[in-house]
Design a protein around this ligand. Structure first.
Ligand code: ZN
Length: 422
């Protein structure tokens, strides 16, 4: 059976996907099965090792986590929902007062029915999460029993990678996240869009190569770059996306350079699109792995897409019930259009100098029959100077990209131009 993005989303949803967890491997196996291509690989990063200024987190394992009253009745049980435990919480087994307990309980005022997601990856604390309603029902004058048993194991952090070789070794890098336990819009809507792109673009003829990373947010991207520094100079464009299935307007976040070729292309795609898309500046509203991809020494122009803000963000209410499959499909279609356009875009560069003798190469349509075609191809004849990509050319001379590419193919077939990249 061919799985849909929603099928993959529903399979991934109930997994305890945090930075490093046994379930991350389960998630990667599901993605591999979905993409169904032997080129999918799983990278392993040694727990506790150092990459740049970062530490690779140890594998978080929860044996159990309870909040009980002194009679032993369970108030909170991790088994009911993995969000009840703060990600990377330490162990504790103790009878404590409400006042002491309160400092370790997390709830959301904005979403009183939902359990918030809290993470203390690097804080060495213990903590539990619960809905505001359950918190309010606690008797503030009595003692409680907290029983949390967790372990940090020396097992590797895992991440997925998939590479499509294009004609050029210059790459487009797409980074999406496997983390965020028991939530879907953030981040795995981005992941399923990327997985489908990987599957659908795999056997398409592309100019740029495309690399997909399925990683725990930030530290997974840091780990990949730190282990692949020699690949950085080949990566020309970056994408990061999540929160793509809720009912909110799609937002494009520009690169930190604002005037890169990628910004030019994406902004034109936004104008061509029939629905509204908001345009925001770099780190204006959210931030994600684009911060790694744009950081000093990496400096890859990276755009991000999302449909934030939304009120269920980072709570148990971010579950499949808030995902609109049509909205997710729309996100996919737009992102696919942008990435596949960029992937087939190249700079045509004339091999010789001077005006090309168009009639000799069948590049001169009859003026009386098709004046417009003649003018367009005359314009192309001028712009194949190695300064503009085919997409830029299509905007300069106001002709569909596919038609520009078809004309350029005649030049390629006659050995008049070469394809180059920035
Ligand atoms: Zn998040």
């Amino acid at each position: 059976m061919n799985k849909t993005m929603m099928d993959l989303l529903n399979d991934l949803y109930p997994l305890h996907r945090t930075l490093n967890h046994d379930d991350n491997l389960v998630a990667l196996n599901l993605i591999e099965e979905y993409i169904d291509n032997e080129k999918f690989s799983i990278n392993k990063y040694e727990a506790g090792s150092h990459v740049w200024t970062w530490n690779i987190p140890r594998r978080f394992h929860v044996n159990h986590a309870y909040l009980k009253n002194v009679d032993g009745n369970v108030i909170i049980n991790f088994e009911d929902n993995p969000l009840h435990i703060v990600s990377y919480s330490k162990s504790i087994n103790k009878k404590i007062s409400f006042d002491e307990l309160e400092e370790h309980l997390y709830y959301s005022d904005k979403n009183p029915d939902s359990i918030p997601w809290q993470y203390k990856y690097y804080d060495n604390r213990w903590g539990l999460c619960l809905s505001k309603n359950v918190f309010d029902s606690l008797d503030k004058k009595v003692d409680y029993i907290v029983d949390i048993s967790t372990e940090l194991l020396d097992k590797p952090m895992v991440a997925g990678e998939f590479f499509i070789q294009g004609e050029s070794n210059k790459e487009i890098l797409i980074v999406t996240n496997i983390c965020h336990p028991y939530q879907v819009n953030d981040s795995i809507t981005g992941l399923v869009v990327a997985a489908r792109l990987a599957k659908e673009l795999e056997d398409t003829k592309l100019f740029h190569s495309i690399r997909f990373l399925f990683v725990p947010e930030t530290v997974g991207t840091v780990a990949w770059f730190a282990n692949n520094e020699e690949k950085i100079s080949n990566i020309k464009y970056g994408f990061s996306f999540d929160c793509l299935g809720n009912n909110n307007t799609l937002t494009l976040q520009k690169t930190m350079y604002e005037d890169s070729h990628l910004d030019f292309l994406v902004e034109h795609k936004v104008q061509e699109y029939e629905s509204e898309i908001l345009i925001k500046k770099f780190i204006e509203e959210m931030s994600n792995d684009e911060l790694v991809m744009s950081s000093p020494g990496i400096e890859i122009p990276t755009v991000a897409f999302h449909r934030a803000p939304y009120k269920e963000y980072h709570t148990s209410a971010d579950n499949p019930s808030i995902i609109n499959s049509e909205v997710l499909e729309e996100s996919y279609n737009f992102i696919k259009d942008v990435i596949s356009t960029l992937a087939k875009d190249y700079i045509p560069k004339q091999k010789s100098i001077g005006l090309i003798f168009m009639s000799k190469f069948n590049l001169h349509p009859d003026e009386d029959e098709d004046l417009e075609a003649l003018l367009k191809i005359k314009a192309i004849n001028q712009y194949i100077n190695g300064r503009h990509t085919a997409y830029e050319l299509s905007k300069i001379i106001d002709l569909d990209l596919d038609k520009v590419l078809n004309f350029l193919q005649i030049y390629l077939d006659n050995n008049l131009i070469i394809k180059v990249d920035r």
